[in-house]
Structure formats: structure tokens, C-alpha cells
Design a protein around this ligand. Structure first.
Ligand SMILES: Cc1cc2nc3c(=O)[nH]c(=O)nc-3n(C[C@H](O)[C@H](O)[C@H](O)COP(=O)(O)OP(=O)(O)OC[C@H]3O[C@@H](n4cnc5c(N)ncnc54)[C@H](O)[C@@H]3O)c2cc1C
Length: 387
């Protein structure tokens, strides 16, 4: 059973619902078919990206001047799509989300700087689904503490030479373009659009829970033209943090999609599974569990769309960031609880690896870690209170 989006009307306009959620709903089912048809997750992901590009869905990941649907990328639009696709399949959702995360530093740099060769070259391809994007920030000594970032960018004439290793990079080995964050000789961080075919760039796959394509990206003296630097030298950290700020509530939206699916599957299961001569749904403890799951989900949904609306409206950055951190924290923690309850309600069927509920259980875990761990979100919220 698929429910309509029970949104707070003040946060989500009818137009956005039509533009984002309706096509996403229509495309989700087709996307799942593509995913299941592909021989491996990387191949599935590339085909999904092409498909979403052809259908116009990727117009939501950038601004109008680069082929985007809105003058400025709409956070609510992204959340609507991520929630809907997340309901259909975590891999389908990831294929969409990474086109946004992986390319947004280019959009941001171009909007700050007035123009950007990297944005002109790559964003139209990202929007058409012809290029897969990746965001390469994390390193062995630069996880939560980005002060440890060690990848270097040494100026050589009108180019830079990049050397270092990134890890936990989603889409590694599948991407056509990596936005790489590296330190120039003055110690500041700059961002670069690096063509995946560049000499000296290689990928070591990593395996995480779920079917997420991910890996280490090794840069061994990769030459990147100066024109592929995003914005001014030294703007890299601001672009990285600005991108994460923009995408944080959307991670919560993906979690809502996963959790809504788990709840829908649970309602269907307890209605059809009979024990003691009656459906499980007639047991008061089962009903109580469903009630708790629904409350967890709806409370998180309000925080997610409130945060997205705050980003779209602008305003005090600290206040907007606090709402984004709350949304990511509450929605991903809540989704974990809802999905765990769904596994329990399914009994043995809940841990069958062929089932969607077990798959959601595996996939939801990383959402509490990436784009700023949930522990760090708590600290950011507290800092804002203490400001
Ligand atoms: C599936 C997946 C996909 C990812 N995709 C990408 C990607 O596409 N691009 C990219 O650049 N990165 C990506 N990452 C990396 C991710 O952003 C990092 O894993 C995350 O920022 C945490 O860094 P870390 O793993 O080094 O953990 P650490 O920073 O070592 O943290 C370990 C633990 O210590 C806690 N901790 C650290 N500092 C503090 C503190 N100050 N106060 C309290 N607790 C603290 C953390 O909360 C955590 O619980 C991905 C990770 C995963 C799991």
C-alpha cells in the first residue's frame, strides 16, 4: 500500500507537489525495475541516472541557469523526490541524491562567482543524466574533523597537481566527475571538478552494509586545469559545508521514505498474517507498535519539511542550520526505530535477505553516519542554543 504524502500545506506548495512528487511517484516504480534488471549496483545506478535525466527529474538538482527547474534549487523539491524514491528503493534514491550532492559545489561556486567553466562543462551533463557525479571530501584523517584533510593541490602553471586518498566516496568507480577537496600550498582548501578518466586517478572499491557503490579514490599526481577549480582559491571548505548544509534535511527525507515503506509493509503484513486464529493486526500490542511507528514518522516529517522550507526561504543561517540538524537527526534516528519495529512485526520474514524490510534495515544505518554524524548534529544544535 502506498500512501499519499501527508504534508503540512504551509510548507509544501501544490505546484511543488505537482512538479516534484508526482513525477517521482511515476518514475519510482520504473526505477525499481531498472535497478533489478541491472547485473550489478554500479550498472543499475548508471542506468537509473540516465533514465532520470531523460525524464527531467534531475532538473531539480541545480539552478535554472544550468538547466534546473527553479531559479534556485528547491530544498523542498529535493525532499519530496528523495522521500518518494526512498519509498521505492534505497538504490533508486541514491542514484538521484548523489547527482545533487556530487554536483552542488559546482552550482554553489558558479552562483558565488558569477560564472564557472566547471559548472558549464559538467552541470548540463549531470542534469541530462549523461554524467554521474560524486562528492570526495572524506579521508583517513579527515572524517568528522575536516582539519585533518591532507590531499594536496600543488600549482603547476595553469593547472594543479592533486595527490592524496579519499575514502567512503559514494559512486566511486561509477562516477564520471568527482568534486575533490584538496589543500593548496597556503594550507587553505579548494575544490576541483576532476574528470574520472584523468591519468593518476584510480578507485579501490569498499563494501558497506547494503548495496551502495562506494570506494576509495586515489589521486596520484592528477593534473587538473585551473579552469576546473570551483570558485576562488581557498573557497573549498565553504563550498563543502554549504553543500552539506543544503543537503542535510534531504538525508532526513530519504529516511522518511525508507521508514514509510517499512510502515506500509508492516500494515500489509499484520493484516494478512494469521496467528491464534486471527490477523496479527487484531492484537493490541501490534496496534500499539503501529501507532508508535506512525507518530515517529509524522513528527520527523514535520521537522524535515520545516527545515527544507527554512533553507528555501533563507534567513538567519544559524537558525536554518539548527533546523537542518534537527531534521537529519530526528528523521534518521526515527527511521532506524521504525524499520527495526517493522523487522520485529514481520518475525522471521523480517530478516530474510530477499525481503524489502531486511534491505531497509541494512540501508538505513549509514544515514546516521554520513553528511555529519548524528552525534555531531547534537553538538551543532547545542552550539546554536548556547550562541
Ligand atoms: C555509506 C557511506 C557513504 C558515504 N559517502 C560519502 C561521500 O560520498 N563523500 C564523502 O566525502 N564522504 C562520504 N562518507 C563519509 C562520511 O561522511 C564519514 O564517514 C562521516 O563524516 C564520519 O567520519 P568518520 O567515518 O571518519 O568517523 P569519525 O569522524 O572517526 O567518527 C567516529 C565516531 O566518533 C564520533 N565523533 C567524532 N568527533 C566527535 C565530536 N567532536 N564529538 C562527539 N563525537 C564525535 C562520531 O560521531 C562517530 O560516532 C560516507 C560514509 C558512509 C558510511
Amino acid at each position: 500500500m502506498t500512501r499519499a504524502f501527508p504534508f503540512e500545506p504551509a510548507f509544501v506548495s501544490e505546484t511543488l507537489l505537482r512538479e516534484a512528487a508526482e513525477p517521482a511517484s511515476a518514475l519510482a516504480a520504473a526505477g525499481v525495475a531498472i535497478e533489478h534488471d541491472a547485473p550489478n549496483p554500479g550498472e543499475g545506478l548508471r542506468r537509473l541516472v540516465r533514465f532520470f535525466g531523460e525524464k527531467g527529474l534531475l532538473r531539480l538538482v541545480t539552478d535554472a541557469r544550468f538547466g534546473g527547474a527553479h531559479e534556485r534549487m528547491s530544498s523542498i523539491g529535493l525532499c519530496l523526490v528523495r522521500e518518494r524514491l526512498g519509498h521505492a528503493s534505497p538504490l533508486v534514491e541514491l542514484a538521484f541524491a548523489m547527482q545533487g550532492l556530487g554536483s552542488y559545489p559546482m552550482t554553489l561556486a558558479a552562483s558565488e562567482h558569477g560564472s564557472s567553466d566547471a559548472a558549464e562543462v559538467w552541470l548540463p551533463k549531470v542534469v541530462r543524466g549523461e554524467a554521474v557525479a560524486a562528492f570526495a571530501l572524506t579521508e583517513a584523517q579527515a572524517g568528522t574533523d575536516l582539519g585533518g584533510l591532507a590531499t594536496s593541490a600543488v600549482r603547476r602553471g595553469d593547472a594543479y597537481v592533486l595527490t592524496g586518498e579519499k575514502r567512503f566516496i559514494s559512486n566511486a568507480g561509477v562516477a564520471d566527475v568527482y568534486v575533490v577537496f584538496a589543500r593548496t600550498e597556503d594550507g587553505k582548501v579548494s575544490a576541483f571538478a576532476v574528470d574520472a578518466r584523468s591519468e593518476g586517478l584510480s578507485v579501490r572499491p569498499q563494501a558497506v552494509l547494503g548495496g551502495h557503490p562506494i570506494g576509495e579514490v586515489v589521486l596520484d599526481g592528477v593534473v587538473v586545469p585551473e579552469a576546473m577549480r570551483l570558485g576562488a582559491e581557498g573557497r573549498g571548505m565553504a563550498l563543502a559545508l554549504g553543500t552539506l548544509h543544503r543537503f542535510r534535511p534531504t538525508v532526513g527525507a530519504a529516511a522518511l521514505g525508507f521508514a514509510q515503506r517499512a510502515l506500509d509493509e508492516s500494515v500489509a503484513h499484520v493484516s494478512s498474517r494469521h496467528q491464534f486464529g486471527a490477523p496479527l493486526s487484531e492484537l493490541p500490542l501490534v496496534q500499539a507498535k503501529l501507532g508508535e511507528m506512525a507518530c515517529e514518522l509524522e513528527a520527523a516529517r514535520l521537522l524535515v519539511y520545516r527545515a527544507a522550507a527554512a533553507i528555501d526561504a533563507g534567513g538567519d543561517r544559524g537558525e536554518v542550520a539548527r533546523k537542518g540538524s534537527m531534521a537529519k537527526l530526528v528523521a534518521t534516528e526515527g527511521a532506524q526505530k521504525v524499520i527495526d519495529a517493522a523487522v520485529q512485526l514481520h518475525g522471521g520474514a523480517g530478516v530474510l535477505t530477499t525481503g524489502i524490510v531486511a534491505r531497509l534495515y541494512e540501508e538505513v544505518r549509514a544515514l546516521r553516519i554520513y553528511e555529519g554524524t548524528n552525534d555531531v548534529q547534537k553538538i551543532l544544535i547545542a552550539r546554536e542554543l548556547l550562541r
